[in-house]
Design a protein around this ligand. Structure first.
Ligand code: PLP
Length: 435
């Protein structure tokens, strides 16, 4: 009945996730509330890991992209499931460190890593730094020399393939703030191969997000391997690792046709294997970076319905006790969601409503003209597939405290991120003595 894999209807006709009744969760922990299905997170991790074993004989590693959802408990789960992680900031790195995540399985990304973030990464012996540009490469070499260390690096390359949802295109040069143009790449490799404190390990690309087709991955993988062959021929540099990035799409609304995650790995592996055998090169170690596909569908958000406003002949607004502060994705890119009324889970969808947040922005919506059941004041509304890019993108706009995150498994729910209170809101405020 629901498009979402994490939820079902229980005998009380309530929505249930991870064996927990959503109405009870709302009572116990308050709303808005992020709820994540631990079982589904682990299942998704295993689908990717098992596919690496099946299609690549284990010659690869799955790196979870932290930016989708990062917390200490999440890193604990990923560690237990044998994944590595991507981090993009000192804050994500710090969270992983404090959670005891093995640093050799951390890949550090970003187009503007600061000198202090680079030093932090090198001090803590992260597995790889994924170099974005020449200036950064020089910074890394200098910092590493100062610490008498050798840093293993990979390079983010623009393969000229860009994809988003169903569409993708191949362009000569991509206008993007991330990575190195194919044309400039030889120069940076030449420089890197001369640097004493740099060890070249591989190449990386990331072609987009919420991609629901296999073709762009095949194309990007081939382009990257062609580049690897040229690197070997021209400079004698042989890469050991090929990182094909993330972006595997999930089902948000019924129109989305999701591809089973293992199919991406199957397609990428087939491309790699046939290219390598045709070109007489060794199959590199393959890295993948799923973010959304690990946590997206595993999370839902519970809200309490407040004011309902019907503008005759135009639209009906249903306001909830959260909004763009906990889910900015409609405001950012007009993202679409599906949902249900948690306390009448089997209620048929009968009318189009616009679900609005409580912030002072007209664009503060969860969704426009969503087909929903009849909604009443006080209902507990569940919005599906909010596990990725919701909590991690949340803010305190309008001085609204962030919701708690609970992790549900086998009927037990545990808080993994505490709800903020008003003291958290003023924690860093200072009234100078002379005011
Ligand atoms: C965002 C990002 C990912 C993950 O993207 P998803 O769409 O969440 O799978 C992976 N790699 C890099 C470099 C990214 O920036």
């Amino acid at each position: 009945m629901f498009i979402n894999e994490a939820v079902r209807i229980n005998s009380a006709n309530h929505l249930e996730i991870g064996g927990c009744d959503c109405v009870d969760l709302a009572k116990e922990f308050g709303t808005p509330l992020y709820v994540m299905d631990e079982g589904l997170i682990r299942k998704n991790c295993r689908i990717f890991r098992n596919a690496i074993d099946e299609y690549l004989n284990g010659n690869g590693l799955v790196l979870y992209a932290s930016k989708a959802f990062s917390s200490m408990a999440m890193y604990r789960i990923l560690h237990q499931e044998g994944l590595g992680i991507d981090v993009v900031s000192g804050g994500e790195l710090y969270t992983a460190l404090k959670a005891g995540f093995p640093m050799e399985r951390v890949y550090f990304h970003g187009n503007n890593k600061t000198v202090s973030e680079l030093a932090m990464a090198i001090d803590n012996n992260v597995g790889r730094i994924v170099v974005d540009n020449m200036q950064e490469l020089c910074n890394i070499n200098k910092i590493a020399a100062g610490k008498n260390k050798t840093v293993s690096v990979s390079f983010r390359i623009k393969p000229g393939v860009e994809a988003h949802t169903y569409e993708f295109c191949k362009t000569g040069q991509t206008d993007s703030k991330f990575g190195i143009d194919l044309e400039d790449a030889f120069e940076i490799f030449e420089e890197a191969s001369l640097m004493k404190n740099i060890r070249i390990t591989g190449i990386h690309c990331h072609i987009g997000s919420q991609i629901l087709s296999l073709e762009p991955y095949k194309l990007a993988t081939e382009t990257m391997l062609e580049f690897a062959v040229l690197l070997k021929d021209k400079l004698g540099v042989e890469i050991q690792e090929l990182n094909v990035g993330g972006g595997f799409g999930i089902k948000y609304v019924s129109e989305d046709v999701q591809i089973d995650f293992h199919k991406y790995i199957e397609a990428i592996s087939e491309t790699v294997k046939s290219f390598c055998s045709q070109n007489g090169i060794k199959v590199p170690f393959i890295l993948l970076e799923p973010g959304r596909s690990i946590v997206g569908a595993a999370g839902i958000t519970l809200y309490t319905v407040g004011n309902i406003k019907e503008i005759k002949g135009i639209r009906k607004y249903v306001s909830v006790d959260g909004g763009m502060t906990d889910n900015p994705r409609y405001a950012l890119y007009g993202a679409k969601y599906d949902g249900a009324v948690a306390n009448r889970a089997d209620a048929p969808k009968v009318e189009k409503v616009t679900i609005a947040g409580k912030c002072c922005e007209s664009g503060d919506l969860i969704g426009k003209d969503m087909l929903m059941p009849k909604i009443e004041v006080g209902d507990i509304l569940a919005i599906f597939a909010t596990g990725a890019y919701n909590y991690s993108m949340s803010s305190n706009y309008n001085r609204i405290p962030r919701p708690a995150v609970v992790l549900a498994r086998d009927g037990k729910a545990r808080v993994i991120v505490k709800r903020e209170d008003y003291n958290d809101i003023i924690r860093n405020d200072i009234i100078p003595g002379d005011l």
